[in-house]
Design a protein around this ligand. Structure first.
Ligand SMILES: O=C(O)CCC(=O)C(=O)O
Ligand SMILES: [Fe+2]
Length: 334
């Protein structure tokens, strides 16, 4: 299968037709020009149990489903190392990267890949992006076969990031839980407790000859509980709001939080999974490092029993996360 990185280096400034979006998706017709959307920025340095922090997270999660956090406590060099080893992996020769290719016969998405553009016979336009998926936590979910051995410190850099991420994940879950009127630890328990899976994706968007006609990742909400994303400095994340697409301003050293489908479901719709997409750049390579925080596949997820009542009946089905993910990835109604 041809990788977008190879297409980019051989296409002689012509965008192959399989990447051209219909006009109603093309960034040139659908992006509000010249406007960076000021999404909420939450100072995560405030102490735990600070009501104001809980309120800021609540407001951002219920009104936007997207916010950036600063003062998150993860040292800059840890994030820079994460970015460096990812970049170094994608700089390897294609043949070496193919050694980590996703197994086409397996249901798992782990490994190096490019999204297929056909789902059960229907034809989709391709996204201008390659990726690498690695489960990075808990240890029982990790499969090192798909972790690059080159650069040699890939594993160390990613594990160091994962170690620091726990603090952010736990604090965020406690704030989200308190915001719903639950006890601090109840939401974490509902997404799998210590079995919550950290599924890291590295997106690699090479320079694109006609970025105004293409998309990186098309419009979607994440199927995770929530997602913590590190971008590089190349603008590209867009959010859908009031029927329009807006660029999300890049803030250096911030982490971007997306509320995903599972938290929307658990909150019975109080928190909103954000609809987003990514665009690409003519000259520069964009990269991003989302970590999807996912319940274990066999865990049933539905509206939290304490958040439904006769007056507020469940708005979503309860089902195993693995079944939810399967339906979403195969575009089968939930
Ligand atoms: O690259 C980005 O900023 C967004 C990527 C994304 O939404 C995804 O991979 O789910
Ligand atoms: Fe996403």
């Amino acid at each position: 299968m041809e990788r977008v990185q190879e297409v980019a280096s051989s296409c002689n400034q012509d965008l192959p037709p399989e990447f051209i979006r219909p006009e109603n998706e093309q960034p040139r017709f659908t992006t509000v020009p010249g406007q960076r959307l000021e999404v909420p920025v939450v100072d995560f340095g405030a102490p735990e149990g600070d009501n104001n922090l809980v309120k800021l997270v609540y407001d951002a999660s219920s009104q936007w489903g997207l916010f950036q956090i600063v003062n998150h406590g993860i040292p800059n060099d840890v994030i820079e190392n994460l970015q460096r080893v990812g970049r170094q992996f994608f700089d390897l020769a294609i043949e070496e990267k193919e050694g980590y290719a996703k197994d086409p016969s397996s249901k798992s998405i782990e490994g190096y890949g490019t999204k297929l553009n056909t789902i059960k016979g229907t034809h989709e336009i391709k996204g201008w992006v390659d990726h690498l998926f690695n489960k990075i936590w808990p240890p029982s979910a990790v499969d090192y076969r798909f972790w690059p051995r080159n650069p040699p410190d890939y594993r160390e850099a990613v594990e160091e990031y994962a170690k620091h991420l726990h603090e952010v994940v736990n604090k965020l879950l406690r704030c989200l839980s308190l915001g719903l009127g639950l006890a601090a630890d109840e939401l974490k328990a509902a997404v799998g407790g210590t079995e919550l899976v950290y599924n890291m994706k590295i997106n690699y968007y090479p320079p694109c000859p006609r970025p105004e006609l293409a998309l990186g990742v098309p419009a979607h909400s994440d199927l995770s509980a929530f997602t913590i994303l590190v971008p590089n400095e190349v603008q590209g994340l867009q959010v859908f709001r009031d029927d329009n697409w807006y660029d999300v301003g890049y803030i250096s050293n911030a982490l971007i939080i997306h509320i995903g489908d599972q938290i929307e479901i658990l909150s019975n719709g109080k928190y909103k999974a954000v609809v987003h997409r990514s665009i690409v750049n003519k000259e520069k390579t964009r990269m991003s490092w989302p970590v999807f925080m996912e319940p274990p596949p066999d865990l049933e997820v539905g509206p939290h029993p304490k958040l439904v009542s006769e007056d507020n009946p469940p708005k979503y089905k309860t089902k195993k996360f693995g079944d939810y993910a399967y339906c979403k990835l195969n575009k089968i109604p939930q």
